[in-house]
Structure formats: C-alpha cells, structure tokens
Ligand binder design. Structure first.
Ligand code: SF4
Ligand SMILES: [Zn+2]
Length: 366
C-alpha cells in the first residue's frame, strides 16, 4: 500500500480533518504505473479565443499532485493514476511525449493546432516537470498554434510561460480554481489557495502576454467544479453563476471551464455517495448556469464527464444524451438557444429539488 504523507510545503494548509480523512482513503489504493507511458492521450476539439481547434490532449504521468499526497481535494481521485515514488525523470517524460506524438500521427490527418497538457497536478511545478523537460516540451510543440498547461496558481510565473510564448505559441494556463468563493474552496473542496492567488496568477499571465508582444498571447483558463460536496443543488448553481462572473472580471482570464463533479474512487465524495450523502449535479443545472452566464465577457464551456451515469452528472436517463449534446454545442458556439430545443418531464423534478433541497435532506433525489 502506498502511504501519502504531507511534505513541508503542504503543512498547515487546508483543513486538518479533511486531509486526515483523504489520506486514509487514498492509502487504500494499490496501483502502480509505467513512468514511460502517458496516463492518457486522445484527439478532440476545443473552443479557444481564436476559434474551435483540433486538439491533442495529453495527461502526462508526472508523479502526481503534491497536495494530493498531503490528503488533498475531496473529489479528486487522480493521484491513483500517478507513479509510486513521486517523481518522473526527464527521459521518461520525453518518452511519454513521444508516445503521444505517435498516437497523433497514427490517428490524425495533420498535426493538431492545439495541445493540452494536464498532469493531475501542476505542469509548472518543477518537482513534477523540471525546467529542462518543460523547455524541451516547449520546443517539441514550437510549430503548434496554442498550448494549454495545467497548474495550481502558486507555480505560475511569467518566465515559465515565456518558455512557450518565445516560440510564438499562444499559451493558456489551466487553473483548477473550482469556485471563486474562498469558504467553499476551503471547506467543501479542501483546496488550500485563495481567490487572491488566482488573481495573482492571472496578473502573471497578463504580464507574460504583454512581454510576448504581438508574437503570442498568454492567458488563464479557470476550471470550476460544479457541485462540490456539502452544497445543495441550488447553492451549487448560485455559487457557480457567481464564480463565473467573478472569473470573467479578472484581467487575463479569458475562458471558464465548468466541470460537473463526478464520483471518483478513493475520494471523500465517493464515501458520501456510498452513504447516500451526495448526488452529482443535474445536467439541467449545468444548462441553467450556461444560459444564465451566456452574455458575460468570457468563453464558458462544459464537457460533463460520465454524463448520464449514477456517478456522473445526470438527469432522468431518458434525456441525458440530448442535454449533454446541447451543453457541448453551447461550448463550441456560445449560443444559448441550443437549450430551447431540449425539454423533458424530469425538469419538474429538478425544479422541485432546486426549491426544496436543504443541507439536512440532501440529496433529495437519486
Ligand atoms: S484536484 Fe488538483 S490540487 Fe486537488 S488533489 Fe487533485 S490534482 Fe491535486
Ligand atoms: Zn429527463
């Protein structure tokens, strides 16, 4: 069994009780992964400030998030995909990139314009991806138009972004902010940083953008968590609308990605779900938030993972695919009329949940 332990960096951050529970839950998993293989790689398309692009999405296996080793976020089971020992060599990281490039050349007609690299942690944390690997990866993708790199806000700085923009690659940093409300981020998600840290990271990106001049753009993509544990459906919706509005107001943040919570193994959310204390959000809630925020000054997208299943965002099963399709269409076209074409009897149940669910009786429905 692996034993997650907090290191000095993480001590004193987050809620002790949450961290203790999460450490215990995570220690139950037993898995190890080959550091020469990426966790996952696939081709898809995504909306960017310069239009919809073909994209190569890579989940690099970097040894996992240091915050997860301290206990970490209540909904996140991604550390189960990382490597024992906690660090991956330069050579192994570059092997992973080669595997991804091979996957692309075998499955796509031409190289993707957009590259997205997630690490289940922070690409810009040099304990996960050292400076040498970061620069070599920038060079590898120098001929692409745009790159998205996942990072916690603490590790975002203008020089690291400059490693990419110097090649003329438009660079976005994807930050798992989860919510703009510090209380919800700390107490429900157990994520240790504040909205102010997110604003600082946006300022770093804005500076990198100015330094890159006309050669390249740099900006922030905020990832928000729709329905963290302990919130009712209506509280989650209200918090999400407010969060999207606050993010869009921050200079440097041009895109918001709303991720409906799904129940991952080895998490506190999984324990709550198992004990009838958590239901993932309704897809109606996701659609409602997108409609309500359609006219704000940022791109808002959502790609619900595991939609229609009991452990993922869902409605009544009958309408899940239809509503999911409308949500994805909205992401590409930003046109709220896509939701006018979907309706289902279960909307009434959702409206009742929005009205009647309280923290003491949640979840009101399955
Ligand atoms: S959500 Fe991100 S910060 Fe939180 S434990 Fe998972 S990988 Fe780490
Ligand atoms: Zn339905």
């Amino acid at each position: 069994m692996s034993k997650p332990t907090p290191e000095v960096y993480e001590q004193g951050k987050g809620m002790d009780a949450h961290n203790q529970v999460m450490r215990e839950i995570r220690s139950r998993k037993e898995a190890s992964y080959d550091p020469h293989e990426p966790t996952r790689v696939w081709l898809d398309e995504d909306n960017t400030p310069t239009g919809v692009k073909n994209s190569l999405t890579i989940i690099l296996n970097t040894g996992g998030c240091r915050w997860a080793r301290a206990g970490g976020c209540t909904m996140c089971g991604y550390v189960a995909e990382s490597v024992d020992g906690g660090s991956v060599s330069h050579e192994a990281l570059m092997n992973q990139i080669d595997v991804c490039l091979e996957h692309e050349s075998e499955n796509a007609d031409e190289p993707a314009e957009l590259i997205k690299i997630y690490t289940s942690g922070s690409f810009l944390d040099e304990r996960e991806v050292d400076a040498e690997s970061r620069r070599a990866i920038a060079e590898t993708f120098a001929d692409r138009e745009r790159i998205v790199l996942e990072s916690l806000p603490d590790f975002v700085d203008r020089e690291k972004i400059g490693d990419f923009t110097q090649y003329g690659i438009d660079t976005d940093i994807a930050i798992g902010l989860e919510t703009a409300t510090d209380r919800v981020r700390h107490d429900c998600v157990n994520k240790y940083f504040d909205f102010a840290d997110f604003e600082d990271a946006c300022a770093e990106a804005a500076t990198a953008d100015a330094e890159a001049g006309d050669d390249a753009d740099a900006g922030i993509k905020a990832y928000l968590l729709m329905k963290p544990p302990f919130l009712t459906e209506s509280e989650a919706v209200e918090d999400m609308i407010a969060s999207i509005e606050r993010c869009a107001d921050v200079d440097g943040c041009h895109t918001v990605s709303m991720n409906p919570c799904n129940v991952q193994r080895y998490t506190m959310v999984d324990e709550l779900y198992f004990n009838d204390g958590y239901r993932p959000p309704w897809l109606w809630s996701v659609a409602h938030v997108l409609e309500e925020t359609a006219d704000i000054d940022a791109i808002v997208v959502s790609d619900p993972v595991g939609h229609g299943s009991d452990r993922g965002p869902h409605n009544c099963q009958e309408c899940d695919d239809l509503v999911q399709k409308a949500i994805k269409d909205f992401g590409l076209r930003q046109d709220p009329t896509v939701f006018e074409q979907v309706s289902c009897e279960c909307e009434l149940t959702w409206e009742t949940v929005m009205e009647r669910e309280r923290s003491f009786n949640q979840p009101l429905t399955r």
